[in-house]
Design a protein around this ligand. Structure first.
Ligand code: ADP
Length: 192
């Protein structure tokens, strides 16, 4: 079982790189951002609640995203492994994930942390907003709020996984292919 936390700030390229990883290693992709956008599109009660936070660039409450991940893990009991993308985003989420995986005796294999400069992140997100229409990618103030929420609430997870010897920093600058090959090398180390 290969359980990867694909980590990094908004705009680091997690979603793009997750696609390569799930294909190469036959893993299930669990993106809380994508799951939440689906709930919003379906206008579920969870989606309507989450939208209030997403539109401001704030984090959705832990209990909501932890519940979503728990359901997905239960739905894929026989999987080869998972790529967690955009989750965990707080220490509370990371602790909950460790507890959920402990029930299956399939711990996190490693946290691959994409490192990208701030100016590059803002440029990428504004570019994505023009194409995708994602409302949280179109406003520079919301983007800057997401990056500061990341620094405050999410970056502490580098130390959390570091304490378990599971943190691997990956240079996330350069082309998609360059980053993908750095990630492949890191995964080979995890599996090798
Ligand atoms: P990005 O990484 O580009 O910010 P995501 O699609 O991962 O994009 O997330 C979009 C938004 O969804 C976040 O700004 C946040 O409001 C919400 N969200 C996604 N995942 C989580 C999570 N694990 N915990 C709390 N909020 C989340």
């Amino acid at each position: 079982m290969l359980n990867i936390v694909l980590f990094g700030p908004p705009g680091a390229g997690k979603g793009t790189q997750a696609e390569f990883l799930i294909e190469n290693y036959q893993l299930i992709h669990l993106s809380t951002g994508e799951l939440l956008r689906k709930e919003i599109a379906d206008e579920t009660p969870l989606g309507l609640e989450a939208k209030k936070f997403i539109d401001k660039g704030e984090l959705v409450p832990d209990s909501l995203v932890i519940g979503m991940i728990k359901n997905k893990l239960e739905a894929h009991r026989k999987a080869n492994g998972f790529v967690f993308d955009g989750f965990p985003r707080t220490v509370e989420q990371a602790e909950a994930l460790d507890r959920l995986l402990e029930e299956n005796k399939t711990p996190i294999s490693g946290m691959l942390s994409l490192e990208v400069e701030r100016e590059e992140l803002i440029g990428r997100l504004l570019g994505r907003g023009k194409i995708s229409g994602r409302s949280d990618d179109q406003d520079q103030a919301i983007i800057e709020n997401r990056i500061s929420v990341y620094a405050q609430k999410t970056e502490p997870l580098v130390a959390y996984y570091g304490a378990q010897n599971k943190h691997f920093g990956i240079d996330g600058m350069g082309t998609i292919e360059e980053v993908a090959s750095r990630l492949r090398e890191a995964v080979e180390k995890l599996t090798g």
